[in-house]
Ligand binder design. Structure first.
Ligand SMILES: Nc1ncnc2c1ncn2[C@@H]1O[C@H](COP(=O)(O)OP(=O)(O)OP(=O)(O)O)[C@@H](O)[C@H]1O
Ligand SMILES: [Mg+2]
Length: 306
């Protein structure tokens, strides 16, 4: 769906993005992950031509973006800017309606769609008449997301969309985000420096460093088959937690000596081991199950690390 081929961008003679290549597939969430300054925002902005690449090619649905007018290109791409990027002198209602105005939607259509998005993103109607600086950072980010979703574009680019949220609110929004039906048929490139967020939301992850892509793969590939020491070191701090989170009950099923777990505790095969352990740890009566699950996980884990 989106193909980036050997794309580079220099600022004042210094490479910000250095010959990067990757693909984002149809209906996939691809995460660009990396520390501050590694070139994530620059990469994202080249895809909708807010920044022009110096060299290389970017294709969306097989069409080179260079051959399209930037305005027309952007009609097909929802964009969530880092730090929400709302216009300070527009009310929230006006901010959300920027793209519908360009598309010349009638007032009723814009109103209905705005209302629908407010509901989905858990924003109350009274924010509409306020200005961005009269909202909390997290509310501003959700308005930024609403603005990017309103025209229902097939492609969505999101630059640290949850960066202003505390961990508790973030966890809530992540699960809502994953269950939003309207995201399921889109190709999404999501930028973050938050390792847990990348693992939580990404179908695949591109790990970047100093303008280059170091490794692209699923969370399991990146964690269990790191391309080099940089990748290993990058995840070292969170490693065990991430391993618990990417293993599902299905994965460790062969090592569990009973099937009670699923029925008794309303868990599914897709529940991750971390979640299951948390559920079990709430009551000491479940100690046996808890220990069994840890044992099963360790059995599974041994086979992954080769
Ligand atoms: N307009 C610009 N002019 C000069 N240098 C720039 C410009 N935009 C970005 N850079 C530089 O390019 C590099 C990559 O910047 P970029 O914004 O893409 O990083 P990032 O990965 O998004 O970082 P962060 O996580 O802090 O948002 C940085 O060294 C930055 O200073
Ligand atoms: Mg950035």
């Amino acid at each position: 769906m989106i193909t980036v081929e050997s794309v580079s961008k220099n600022f004042n003679g210094k490479p910000a993005v250095d010959h990067i290549s990757f693909q984002a597939h149809d209906q996939e969430i691809l995460v660009l992950l990396g520390t501050s300054g590694c070139g994530k925002t620059t990469t994202l902005k080249m895809i909708n031509r807010l920044i022009e690449a110096d060299s290389g090619n970017i294709l969306i649905d097989g069409k080179n973006i260079r051959d399209q007018k930037p305005e027309e290109l952007r009609m097909g791409i929802g964009f969530v800017m880092q730090h929400s990027g709302l216009f300070p002198h527009y009310t929230i209602r006006q901010n959300i309606a920027v793209v519908p105005e360009l598309l010349k939607w009638d007032r009723k259509k814009t109103e209905n769609r705005t209302q629908e998005l407010l509901d989905k993103l858990h924003l109350s109607e009274d924010v509409l008449s306020r200005f961005p600086d009269e909202l909390s950072g997290g509310q501003q980010q959700r308005v930024g997301i609403a603005r990017a979703l309103i025209a229902n574009t097939p492609v969505l680019l999101m630059d640290e969309p949850f960066g202003a949220l505390d961990n508790i609110t973030k966890a809530d929004i992540h699960s809502e985000f994953k269950s939003l039906e309207e995201l399921k048929n889109k190709t999404i490139i999501l930028v973050t420096h938050d390792v847990q967020e990348a693992f939580e939301l990404g179908h695949r992850i591109c790990l970047m460093d100093k303008g280059k892509i170091i490794q692209t793969g699923t969370s399991k590939e990146i964690l269990y088959h790191p391309e080099n020491d940089f990748v290993t070191d990058f995840f070292a701090e969170n490693r065990l937690l991430l391993e618990y989170k990417i293993a599902t009950l299905k994965d460790v099923g062969d090592f569990l000596n009973s099937n009670h777990l699923l029925n008794e505790f309303q868990l599914t095969e897709n529940t991750n081991v971390w979640e299951a352990l948390q559920k079990l740890s709430s009551d000491h009566k479940n100690t046996d199950h808890y220990e069994n699950l840890i044992r099963a996980f360790n059995g599974y884990r041994k086979l992954q690390i080769v």
